[in-house]
Write a protein that binds this ligand. Structure first.
Ligand SMILES: Cc1ncc(COP(=O)(O)O)c(C=O)c1O
Length: 383
């Protein structure tokens, strides 16, 4: 049976054309460290990484490639930013749709008397903008928010949030896990101070790549979480204060960044707007077919606007986990079931504690695959 992969919100598969070749080329033909050797292959590795920084700038309409920091993923990026920025007695505002990449670092900081409040979302996960300003206190320093829910696919109106952050002089930090590579993101329109990104989802790159872009103003407020060798200023035993070296100690994931470089070239060639259109065509094909089946609840918006290609379903009183298992066993359809690392989102969407069965598409998903999945769902629930 041919595998049908419907778990692109967790990590995309397949990856962009060219990713595997670029990684093989690095391993087989280059293989050197960056910033640490004065020979051609070391220069080539460095060139590819700097080119990747430039492409990340293009992706987010950002203008300073030195302020593109590479990390393993959004989780690491958020830990650097959240734990570096927040001091005892600080307060931040988040949404109720956050992933544990934000919730867990924030909750661990409660020991230092760092607090947060959640703005409100409606039952579909749409952010209620008017709920934000009343939460601002004298000690509020930042708004930290996901751009789209990994549970319901709902896109949060971050342009409006950015205006509020600017008006009140708050730092605005964005988790782009579910939107980078899916929709055009302009840091200027969002008024953001930092956007954290991960390479292995809609950017179609390998696992272990990601990072954040950051303004000088915010970077200056954040000490390095990890310190060590940077291949620069090696006569000094102090961590450099300039970017990106301040936040990039130790040997980077060069092979992964070669893969990310190829993925970003692929996205540029195809065009993110074209990719988004294909993904939304598949998403609406799926949603429209599911709406015909009365036993199933679609969790989140059912129209094309303000959503990504992530669709969560709730089959209650049937067991979502059992349906996921049957889809895999009988039809080789890979889905994800449960909390998706976002329990607060489920409380908002009224799917706690049963969780949801999540289907997430990519531009490689075909119409035929969607039809097969719909047939399989009908077969399982009518059995
Ligand atoms: C909304 C959201 N934020 C953060 C993350 C964490 O991403 P990573 O595991 O790449 O750090 C995810 C991953 O599922 C996510 O969906």
């Amino acid at each position: 049976m041919k595998k049908i992969y419907m778990d692109n919100a967790a990590t995309s598969f397949p990856k962009a054309n060219g990713v595997a070749d670029a990684m093989c080329k690095y391993i087989n033909e280059i293989g050197t460290n960056i910033s640490r050797g004065a020979y051609d292959d070391a220069f080539e590795a460095q060139r590819v990484i700097e080119e990747t920084r430039e492409m990340i700038c293009d992706l987010f309409h950002f203008n300073k490639s030195s302020n593109v920091i590479f990390t393993k993923n959004i989780t690491e990026s958020m830990n650097i930013i959240i734990k570096g920025l927040l001091k005892p007695n600080d307060h931040v505002i988040i949404s109720p749709m956050e992933h544990n990449a934000i919730m867990r670092p924030l909750n661990s900081l409660s020991q230092k008397n760092i607090t947060y409040d959640k703005a409100e979302c409606d039952k579909n996960g749409n952010l209620i903008i008017e709920s934000i300003e009343p939460l601002i206190k004298q000690n509020t320093v930042a708004i930290i928010m996901t751009h789209a829910s990994n549970v319901s696919g709902t896109i949060l109106d971050l342009e409006s949030v950015g205006k509020i952050a600017k008006k009140h002089n708050l730092f605005f930090i964005i988790d782009s896990a579910q939107t980078a590579g899916f929709k055009d993101i302009d840091i200027n329109k969002l008024n953001a101070d930092s956007i954290a990104f991960t390479g292995h989802k809609s950017l179609l790159g390998p696992q272990g790549t990601g990072g954040f872009i950051i303004t000088d103003n915010l970077a200056n407020k954040i000490p390095a979480l990890i310190e060590g060798g940077t291949g620069s200023k090696s006569d000094s035993e102090q961590q450099p204060t300039y970017l990106p070296d301040k936040f990039e100690s130790g040997t980077p994931n060069t092979v992964g960044l070669f893969g990310l470089n190829a993925a970003l070239k692929y996205l540029k060639e195809k065009g993110i707007n074209n990719i988004q259109k294909i993904e939304m065509d598949r998403t609406m094909q799926f949603i429209e077919a599911i709406l015909e089946i009365p036993q199933i609840r679609i969790v989140g918006n059912t129209t094309r606007e303000n959503r990504t290609a992530v669709v969560s379903l709730d089959f209650s009183p049937l067991d979502n986990a059992e349906i996921s298992w049957k889809l895999q066993q009988s039809h080789a359809i890979a889905t994800r079931v449960g909390m998706h690392c976002a329990p607060s989102a489920h409380k908002t969407l009224d799917t706690f504690p049963q969780g949801t069965l999540r289907f997430s598409f990519s531009s490689f998903t075909t119409e035929e695959e969607i039809n097969l999945v719909i047939q399989a769902i009908k077969q399982i629930i009518n059995a």
